[in-house]
Design a protein around this ligand. Structure first.
Ligand code: PBG
Length: 325
């Protein structure tokens, strides 16, 4: 009898053997946890995202503390403002909720790495990611002016990372210049470089109250059919001075993540596992159709295996709680 000489199953024989040959191991340093801060004084559950809440500032501070106590080193903040207007002015109002949240969380937990999402969709009355003209078209260069202001206000409040998410052309260089001119030379830019016009953001828009009042985001976010264009966006962001690049969403875009890591291995790469990815798993687990803990580990591992150094996920706390060694 001709025995197989190579038996890959030898390395799968028991858990310890599997552990020592395991290629991709998640750990607590991989995660960034999103927090929604509201101006209201009541904690409000986000129905499509069980376990996730809009948090008043005091609660958000407690949440940040819990996250940090678990060993997670970074959070990304989103604000739900008291008022919305055409220019999204609450986004850069020094007394607005998001600026206050950055300031107070950094005062409270100086070592926690705080990223601030820099966009306008939560703050504009029309729900688009910047200034629009009378036809609803997003005005690129006018929006850049607001982004510069927003970035400097967040940096001044203490944000370690500015994360522009609007897919506005030239956003990274505009922000880099503004930060440098105002002496925020060490503030990091994490660019949402390849952000797709995705249907997976639905639950976030409930969470952040940022659904566009009309139209969609397809004139600025990328067409999900395009892979190579992601390389162009990433390359521009690197040239413009991004410190970290990001692909968003993650799970349906693992090919893009892999491509980004292969082309730009010298860049730290983040993947945003977005609200819809969270809601899918939560819904199916609540129905008893999948094992939540196991599927979360598999999904997050796949994002790291594809090439991400940082995983932004609403499951970060759960994963760490379920995997303390
Ligand atoms: C703001 C922004 C969005 C998300 C992160 N930043 C929404 C959007 O582009 O509509 C989505 C995050 C998620 O779905 O979890 N532009």
């Amino acid at each position: 009898m001709n025995f197989p000489k190579t038996r890959p199953r030898r390395l799968r024989k028991n858990q310890h053997i599997r552990d020592i040959v395991r290629q991709t191991c998640l750990n607590v340093n991989d995660f960034m946890y999103p927090i929604f801060v509201t101006y209201e004084n009541q904690k409000k559950p986000i129905l499509s995202m069980p376990g996730i809440f809009q948090l008043p500032l005091e609660e958000a501070k407690k949440e940040a503390k819990e996250v940090y106590s678990l060993g997670i080193k970074s959070i990304i903040l989103f604000g739900i403002p008291s008022k919305k207007d055409e220019l999204g002015s609450c986004a850069y109002d020094e007394n607005g909720i998001i600026v206050k949240a950055i300031r107070e969380i950094k005062d409270y937990l100086p070592d926690l790495v705080v990223a601030a999402d820099a966009c306008f969709c939560e703050y504009t009355s029309h729900g688009h990611c910047g200034i629009i003209d009378k036809n609803g078209y997003l005005l690129n260069d006018e929006t850049l002016e607001l982004l510069k202001k927003e970035a400097c206000v967040y940096a001044k409040a203490g944000a370690d990372i500015i994360a522009p998410s609007g897919m506005i052309d030239g956003m990274v260089s505009a922000i880099r210049n503004a930060l440098d001119e105002n002496n925020f030379k060490d503030t990091i830019i994490m660019a949402y470089s390849a952000k797709y016009a995705s249907n997976f953001y639905g639950p976030f828009r409930e969470a952040a109250g940022s659904t566009p009042a009309f139209g969609d985001r397809k004139s600025y976010q990328m067409d999900y059919a395009n892979a190579n264009e992601a390389l162009k966006e990433i390359e521009l962001d690197i040239e413009e001075g991004a410190d970290i690049i990001m692909i968003k969403p993650a799970l349906s875009y693992l090919d893009i993540i892999k491509m980004a890591k292969d082309h730009y291995p010298f860049m730290p790469l983040a993947g945003y596992s977005v609200s819809g990815e969270y809601s899918f798993i939560k819904a199916a687990s609540q129905l008893g159709w999948v094992d939540e803990q196991k599927i979360v580990d598999e999904v997050l591992t796949s994002i790291k295996r594809a090439g991400c150094d940082i995983i932004i996920t609403y499951f970060a706390k759960d994963w760490v709680k379920n995997n303390s060694f």
